[in-house]
Ligand binder design. Structure first.
Ligand SMILES: *[C@@H]1O[C@H](CO)[C@@H](O)[C@H](O)[C@H]1NC(C)=O
Ligand SMILES: *[C@@H]1O[C@H](CO)[C@@H](O)[C@H](O)[C@H]1NC(C)=O
Ligand SMILES: *[C@@H]1O[C@H](CO)[C@@H](O)[C@H](O)[C@H]1NC(C)=O
Ligand SMILES: *[C@@H]1O[C@H](CO)[C@@H](O)[C@H](O)[C@H]1NC(C)=O
Length: 316
């Protein structure tokens, strides 16, 4: 404001025309966007009696959009890597970027200028990160169907490919595990675009305290079985998180207990829903986990959920 006053004082014309200050009132750029989606960058301004000369948009210092009212054409678009302007939907106050890609991430700047004689210019910028959500849910590998106290549980959770890398966490019966149980995480680059796969190992000696009564929630099974549920949750950034559980349920060997016939293979049972999981709305299947992408209207947060857990039973 002060700079503007000085400019006004220093310019006779402006005093005569009783000009005021051009102001940027709002710059709205989503902090996180998804590869393949589109987004609207908004730049609102108050001309305060001035006449608009031009609105320009830059990505990392390179101009990609120019709006010139009254000119023909009114809109000019320049080629910049990672930027695909949807001209039909862009206006003097907003620009729509379509077909977002990883290279769309960057610093976006809006610059508004008033007509002569003041040529006042106001500008502001904000960053956008375009993320590639994991292409599939995390997988749990290396687990057995049955463990007895004293056995070593040694399993891995491996994420799908994403950018940035996801963060993985292990839960035993719904509780996040002691970090002394963890191995890794190990992150590996795959492909040319810098997509990443993360693996987090879980290794510990099974004790009675790790098994709980299996009766709750699994009424159809032998009420005396005890089981352990291992769950792996993947999170992408603070805004972006993804969870996957994989369930494998095994019954006690039928000879040992005389219990009802088990699913002999102790195979994956992905229908189990984890009551305390934030991934509740999703039914995962072991070979094609459904990925649920949601965007909160209030916060523009993006979330991805996939779920599965590994169930093992206590072998006595
Ligand atoms: C995808 O883009 C549309 C239009 O910009 C938006 O409404 C929607 O919330 C976006 N979806 C996600 C998951 O970002
Ligand atoms: C620039 O934009 C940010 C939000 O992106 C806002 O907090 C800040 O006040 C703006 N600065 C100016 C000078 O308009
Ligand atoms: C887990 O993954 C790590 C790193 O890829 C590997 O060295 C280890 O052998 C794996 N462990 C199991 C139990 O699969
Ligand atoms: C994690 O386990 C170690 C070794 O068993 C123990 O000393 C430590 O207190 C545990 N930490 C937590 C937070 O439970």
């Amino acid at each position: 404001m002060l700079r503007c006053r000085l400019q006004v004082l220093g310019t006779l014309y402006l005093i005569i025309y009783n000009a005021f200050c051009l102001r940027l009132t709002e710059l709205r750029i989503e902090e996180h966007t998804l590869v393949g989606n589109s987004t609207r960058l908004e730049c609102k301004y108050d001309l305060q009696g001035e006449k608009l000369y031009t609105v320009k948009w830059y990505k990392d210092g390179n101009e990609f959009y120019r709006f010139l009212p009254g000119e023909s054409p009114e809109v000019q678009v320049f080629e910049v890597t990672g930027v695909h302007v949807d001209e039909k939907q862009s206006t003097a106050e907003s620009v729509v970027l379509k077909s977002l890609e990883l290279a769309s991430s960057g610093k976006y700047r809006c610059e508004v200028s008033a007509e002569a004689p003041s040529f006042q210019t106001v500008t502001n910028h904000s960053s956008m990160l375009t993320v590639a959500p994991p292409d599939e849910g995390p997988r749990i590998s290396g687990g057995q169907d049955r463990y007895k106290p004293g056995d070593t549980v040694n399993v891995n959770c491996t994420s799908g490919r994403s950018k940035p890398a996801v963060q993985l966490a292990w839960y035993i019966n719904g509780e996040q595990v002691n970090s002394s149980y963890l191995r890794g995480p190990y992150t590996e680059y795959v492909g040319r675009e810098g997509l990443m796969v993360t693996t987090l190992g879980l290794k510990f000696e099974a004790g009675m305290q790790h098994f709980r009564s299996a009766a709750t929630g699994h009424q159809q099974r032998n009420r005396h079985d005890r089981d352990m549920k291992l769950k792996c949750v993947a999170t992408l950034g603070t805004v972006y998180w993804k969870s996957k559980e994989q369930s494998a349920l095994a019954h006690r060997p039928r000879v040992a207990s005389g219990a009802p016939v088990s699913t002999a293979d102790g195979g994956l049972n992905a229908d189990e829903q984890d009551a305390d999981s934030r991934a509740d709305p999703v039914h995962a299947s072991s070979d094609s986990p459904s990925i649920y992408i949601a965007q909160s209207i209030k916060t523009n947060e993006i979330s991805v959920f996939v779920s599965a857990s590994l169930f093992v039973v206590l072998l006595r």
